[in-house]
Write a protein that binds this ligand. Structure first.
Ligand code: NAD
Ligand code: MG
Length: 388
């Protein structure tokens, strides 16, 4: 039976690929949400006829309202972060797919779960900042949490049939190594925004692409895996795998290692989250192992890429430490994308925020959001001090 979906973050990289999957399989779209790209949203509305559209940026919302005036069967518009949460909670879809970037996705993830919706989650920052709130709510409301991030989808696939999580010895997250793999610190320190945005294997939004170049993305994914599978840091390891064909692995206590392989195409994990527990048809060319490069695995370089270590330290510290790490990183990446800071300023600013903002254990949503705010302020004032 065709699914009905609410898609949050529809104008982004995951959002548009999710609509490719919806188009291919004839899914109905109940709601769409985005921050500000009105022209893309308008085209999506014309094609998919959603009943509701949430636009977070107020000026963009007014622009869309004006553009839709007089249109027959125009969707009802919801405005601001409140509109995003309202849409996430609305009855109508079989599944809510959260492809918003950043901690802005956390309240929407919680709203969807608390309204009894299954949640397909690409927004890793929800789990990094509010992991215990998300997983506790999933348990309380008896809904499914379906990972879209390719590594976590790979692990989810490898764990089908594993009834007892105590059988897991460790999860092995693979990592392309990013565009600066193999370079030394001096060379990496000279890398610019344009260099960081050139990812070797995946095309993604700008924030996650920069996170891939610093290895913060892998650090966030370590935390995401710990929260999703309720495992300590000691049971989540990272291996650099430059070919991005093995999407992640699970090592069991008897020594068996299961891996999920495929071509790098986010539509596979998106589709699996939509069709789970079944598998949908995929018209893309299959993985051609006979003509693939040799599959290689390396230890990540935590000296050249300190963000991975910073994330692992935050994971150990627990509580709001991960929200502080994430908020500081979001702010530092914003400055890097605005070409106001250099590559190693990102990790320096994150470390500065972690050193100054106090950590609270078992935080509420309000405490997580205020830790995020404090971390952003710490980054802004460290940046201002350097430039005064
Ligand atoms: P993107 O920048 O391409 O798109 C982000 C989407 O979020 C856009 O639709 C934008 O309008 C919306 N958005 C931005 N700020 C918002 C706000 N404050 N409130 C509501 N909506 C807002 O990002 P992306 O690459 O599609 O990534 C989305 C999420 O998926 C991220 O958490 C990322 O880490 C995760 N993810 C992405 C990929 C990938 O291949 N792109 C892979 C794995 C995980
Ligand atoms: Mg990933």
């Amino acid at each position: 039976m065709p699914k009905t979906i609410t898609l949050l973050g529809s104008t982004g990289s995951i959002g548009t690929q999710s609509l490719d999957v919806a188009r291919m399989h004839g899914y109905r779209i109940f709601g769409l949400a985005a921050n500000s790209r009105v022209e893309i949203l308008q085209k999506q509305i014309e094609e998919f006829h959603p009943e509701y559209v949430a636009v977070v940026d107020p000026a963009a919302c007014e622009k869309l309202d004006a553009a839709l005036a007089g249109t027959a069967n125009a969707p009802k518009l919801l405005k601001g972060p409140e509109g995003l949460r309202t849409l996430a909670a609305m009855d109508g879809p079989d599944v809510v797919l959260n492809a918003v970037v950043g901690i802005a996705g956390l309240p929407a993830s919680l709203a969807a779960i608390e309204s009894g919706h299954d949640l397909a989650l690409a927004n890793k920052e929800s789990l990094v900042t509010g992991g215990h709130l998300v997983t506790d709510a999933v348990k309380k409301y008896g809904v499914k949490l379906l990972p879209v991030d390719s590594e976590h989808s790979a692990i989810f696939q490898c764990l089908q049939g594993c009834a007892d999580r105590r059988e897991i010895r460790r999860l092995i997250l693979t990592c392309s190594g990013g565009p600066f793999r193999g370079m030394g610190r001096d060379e990496v320190g000279r890398m610019t925004k344009a260099d960081a945005l050139r990812h070797p294997n995946w095309t993604m939004g700008p924030k996650i692409t920069v996170d891939c170049s610093t290895l913060m993305n892998k650090g966030l994914e370590v935390i995401e895996a710990m929260r999703l599978y309720r495992l300590p840091l000691a049971q989540v390891s990272v291996m650099v795998h430059p070919q991005s064909i093995v999407h992640s692995m699970v090592e069991f206590k008897d020594g068996a290692v299961l891996a999920q392989l495929g071509t790098p195409d986010m539509r596979l994990p998106i589709r699996y989250a939509m069709t789970y527990p079944e598998r949908g048809e995929n018209p893309a060319p299959p993985l051609d192992l006979l003509n693939s490069p040799p599959l290689t695995f390396l230890e990540p370089d935590r000296e050249t890429f300190p963000c991975l270590r910073l994330a692992e330290e935050a994971a150990e510290a627990g509580g709001t430490a991960c929200a502080i790490l994430n908020g500081a990183n979001e702010e530092a990446v914003r400055l890097f994308l605005a070409e106001k800071i250099g590559f190693y300023d990102i990790s320096d600013l994150v470390a500065a925020a972690r050193a100054t903002v106090l950590v609270t254990q078992t935080p509420s949503l309000e405490e997580i959001l205020s830790a995020d705010h404090a971390a952003r302020e710490a980054v802004k004032s460290a940046f201002a001090r350097r430039h005064s």
